[in-house]
Design a protein. Structure first.
Length: 292
């Protein structure tokens, strides 16, 4: 297991912050404890078993993959963990919103991949610096299990041209892939283990390969955003307060769910999903389960 960066009183040092802004990513970093990561995995898999056949409006995978924090309290507990927010402050400052949370799961011995892309391509937020993704490992993410690969310095580009392929083995919403040839030697494998996380910029080119191991590759992926950022394409957008204050009012605040999949949370989830789908799938030539 790779040793994590050493934090200063739980926070990023000036050198670590500089490395993030130079490379567009930083890893491996401590996040939740190993025991907490294992407990979170167990709780997630209990939810999967309990709600697999439940009469929910959408497939369970949709709720795991899109805005899990709206309907699952455990997603909020991870996203609002003080140790994680202390690190995020070093990138975004003291005022932090949760833009989205998802459980990204790669099943064992499967061919699913994530094509090389930039996150901000279809989010309607522009080419911003005020958003950072924390990729929190609940099981080992290694080259064999399909850990992410990043291209150092690629976040210094604008949003590059992408093309959609809707390949069933591609786990992205549109199967989007950046139209740039990425050499294997330009990729950095982001290996992290339970209790660790990586951070990456929304413009960093990244992707991941198949899981060739016998274990699930499970991550809780949280997108944090500064309140002064704003939706540029859609009529409105949503975020959950995590720390500090929001004096801008650019996002409709999402309440913390009181239990899994309550009627109130499910109704709000559909409102958010419909609003964001208009942005995420704008001009798309196809559809996927999560934004059908």
């Amino acid at each position: 297991m790779l040793s994590s960066h050493t934090l200063s009183a739980g926070r990023l040092s000036a050198n670590q912050q500089a490395q993030y802004w130079q490379d567009g990513f930083l890893f491996p970093l401590p996040s939740i404890s190993v025991d907490t990561a294992h407990a979170a995995r167990a709780e997630l898999e209990h939810i999967e078993a309990a709600y697999h056949m439940a009469d929910l409006p959408h497939p369970l995978n949709t709720y795991k993959r899109v805005n899990a924090h709206v309907v699952m309290p455990m997603a909020v507990r991870i996203a609002r963990d003080p140790a994680i927010l202390d690190v995020i402050e070093g990138i975004l400052g003291p005022d932090i919103l949760i833009y989205s949370t998802e459980f990204f799961i790669r099943e064992p011995n499967t061919a699913h991949i994530v094509s090389m892309h930039q996150d901000l391509t279809y989010w309607g937020l522009g080419a911003i610096d005020g958003l950072v993704t924390a990729w929190i490992a609940l099981s080992p993410a290694t080259p064999a299990s399909g850990c992410m690969d990043f291209v150092a310095g690629s976040h210094k580009n604008a949003i590059l041209e992408h093309e959609d392929n809707f390949d069933p083995n591609n786990l992205l919403s549109r199967g989007q892939e950046v139209k740039v040839d990425v050499a294997s030697e330009d990729k950095t494998a982001i290996e992290i283990h339970p209790g660790q996380m990586s951070l990456h910029h929304g413009l960093s080119i990244h992707g991941s390969g198949p899981n060739t191991t016998d274990d699930r590759r499970i991550a809780c992926v949280v997108r944090y955003i500064r309140p002064d950022m704003a939706q540029e394409v859609g009529a409105q957008d949503y975020a959950m307060p995590a720390r500090g204050t929001d004096t801008y009012g650019n996002f409709i605040h999402v309440p913390v769910p009181t239990a899994n999949f309550t009627p109130e949370a499910l109704a709000l989830y559909d409102d958010i999903r419909a609003s964001q789908a208009k942005v995420m799938m704008k001009d798309a030539k196809g559809s996927t389960e999560i934004y059908a």
